[in-house]
Design a protein around this ligand. Structure first.
Ligand code: FPP
Length: 235
């Protein structure tokens, strides 16, 4: 079982368009796929699930759509608190959280606090998240520490950089899934997916079910992860 699954939930807009509906309808239905995915991961014993819910680039979308997404986040957080508590899921968030509307930030912090002692699974929402921005802010923090003699340049290694990322408490991603047929990473967890298995599916996010998730996991289980070694060394 992959320990850490990360998902780029894509295709809400196209799903709605196919049905002759507004994009907001796609996002609303996307929340149902979020719920099913979270529950399935908890059931299967996945330790960490990270969802790309809103990128730094998504702020450039029309204001109405951004507002809809923010409202959906607040209502989903309110609605799903019991799902999180029942499944002993700890909520976490990564990204430039201070740029979120106050209401979203407040609700997020409340749910994070309410679920902080849960140990069955970590659910991390990437919100106003961009991997390049994350790496830049880590570099800035480290350079300040070098300047103040808290750390020396020779001692900067992968673990130091890791410890300055938003994902400092998470292991590397094992399986990265992207829905909707797009085959790109879109500034998501660039450092953390160095050795992840990538899985792309044509399924649009609102249609993504437990079965699709299981198919992705089965495909992952068939892959040979060599981490630079030879096949013989692995076996
Ligand atoms: C991508 O589809 C999806 C998003 C930008 C937002 C994802 C948000 C949700 C699934 C709902 C709320 C989330 C949570 C965690 C409760 P798109 O709009 O880019 O679709 P398109 O590429 O077809 O236009």
């Amino acid at each position: 079982m992959p320990k850490h699954i990360a998902i780029i939930m894509d295709g809400n807009g196209r799903w709605a368009k196919q049905k002759g509906m507004l994009r907001a309808f796609g996002h609303e239905n996307g929340t149902k796929a979020v719920r099913q995915t979270v529950e399935t991961c908890a059931e299967l014993g996945v330790d960490h699930l990270t969802l790309y819910a809103f990128s730094t680039e998504n702020w450039k979308r029309p204001k109405l759509e951004v507002d809809t997404l923010m409202k959906l986040l607040v209502s989903s957080l309110k609605k799903e608190i019991n799902t999180l508590l029942d499944n002993k899921i700890k909520l976490n968030a990564i990204g430039d959280l201070t740029s979120l509307p106050k209401k979203v930030y407040k609700e997020l912090q409340e749910v994070i606090a309410l679920t902080k002692d849960n140990t069955h699974m970590d659910l991390t929402l990437a919100l106003s998240y961009g991997s390049r921005e994350e790496l830049l802010s880590a570099v800035k923090e480290i350079s300040i520490k070098v300047k103040n003699n808290i750390i020396s340049t020779e001692n900067i290694d992968e673990s130091v950089l890791n410890a300055h990322l938003y994902t400092q408490n998470l292991p590397d991603v094992d399986l990265l899934i992207r829905t909707s047929g797009e085959q790109r990473i879109s500034n998501f967890l660039l450092w953390q997916i160095a050795y992840a298995e990538l899985y792309f599916t044509q399924v649009l996010w609102p249609d993504f079910t437990k079965q699709h998730l299981c198919e992705a996991i089965i495909e992952y289980q068939k892959r040979e992860r060599r981490f630079g070694k030879t096949s013989e060394q692995i076996s």
